[in-house]
Ligand binder design. Structure first.
Ligand code: RIB
Ligand code: NA
Length: 309
């Protein structure tokens, strides 16, 4: 079977508490709501691409536990192939503890668990599927070595790569940049990667040029409500793509919604410019921030404004 968008990445069970604000060190505060959801950056991106209408496969590892069982069912419910989803008895399904404040901002701790055991055996198994794919997406919630190997394999098969360096590390292996057709991060990830402050659109333009200089085909730095900045090796003048103003309820996973939508458009509308890809992905992510939760807030193709269909 052929899959157009393949994600090699993470699954997490999101344990979400909504509170008026994020607690300080040593402090206990009352929250007003708790829920459990399906998350993990890799799976989130895959679910968003699938809801846009992409034929997707997820390559990941969950635990042999109830969270892992439920997650596999969640992939099926979203029409995502689980041929490359493995279950291990050696670690628990990844978990994310998330606190969301009243303005929709969050703080997250992930315990990757089974995600870290995704490795060579699973990559070998998915080679056939990858060789026919249009787009591969990777992040950093699995072993970085596994992400690198997946990106290298995609290059060999001329599959377009989207790399999302999240969560970011200051000493990212230089090979990641060279293996990224699109290197897509948010402002705080760019700060960690480069060790400089990214507060304005102008800052984002500067850091995106530096990231491009490390060997990426193109770079997108997302800026939340300020939209994003894009540039490419062919056109290295940073362009700001603004968003329309929305009232945000929960921004958790909005970046993943952006990347999943980006992968969909890249796979099925390959002639769109980088600016137009980013503009469309902005609209999709903008819908997600207006609803509670991560995947629960991701739009389906039928929810999109007419101009995006
Ligand atoms: O990007 C949002 C995601 O980050 C959450 O779903 C959580 O699982 C963490 O991985
Ligand atoms: Na949301």
């Amino acid at each position: 079977e052929a899959y157009d968008v393949v994600v090699v990445g993470s699954c997490m069970t999101d344990l979400v508490s909504q509170a008026p604000r994020l607690p300080r060190v040593g402090e206990t505060i009352h929250g007003h709501k708790f829920f459990i959801g399906f998350g993990g950056k890799g799976a989130n991106q895959c679910v968003q691409a699938a809801r846009m209408g992409a034929k997707t496969a997820m390559v990941c590892k969950v635990g042999k536990d109830v969270f892992g069982d439920n997650y596999i069912q969640n992939f099926k419910n979203n029409g995502i192939s689980t041929d490359y989803v493995e279950q291990t008895g050696d670690a628990a399904t990844g978990a994310a503890t998330i606190i969301v404040n009243d303005t929709g901002e969050n703080a997250i701790v992930i315990v990757a668990g089974a995600n870290m055991l995704l490795g060579d055996a699973e990559l070998l198994k998915m080679q056939g599927a990858l060789s026919h794919a249009k787009v591969l997406i990777c992040q950093l919630e699995i072993s970085p070595d596994t992400s690198l190997k997946a990106l290298r394999a995609a290059r060999e098969h001329h599959v377009k790569t989207i790399f999302n360096p999240a969560p970011a590390v200051p000493d990212l292996s230089p090979e990641f940049y060279k293996l990224s057709d699109i290197f897509c991060c948010n402002e705080s990830e760019a700060e960690i990667l480069l060790g400089e402050t990214v507060a304005t659109v102008e800052d984002a333009g500067k850091v995106s040029l530096k990231l491009l200089g490390r060997g990426c085909g193109s770079v997108i730095v997302t800026l939340g409500s300020q939209g994003c900045v894009v540039l490419s090796a062919q056109d290295s003048c940073p362009k700001h793509i603004p968003t329309t103003k929305v009232t945000s309820v929960d921004t958790t996973g909005a970046g993943d919604s952006f990347i999943g939508a980006l992968a969909f458009y890249l796979a099925y509308y390959p002639s769109l410019s980088l600016e137009e890809l980013a503009r469309r992905a902005n609209v999709v992510a903008g819908l997600s921030v207006q609803k509670e939760g991560t995947q629960t807030s991701y739009p389906y193709q039928r929810d999109l404004p007419e101009e995006l269909l």
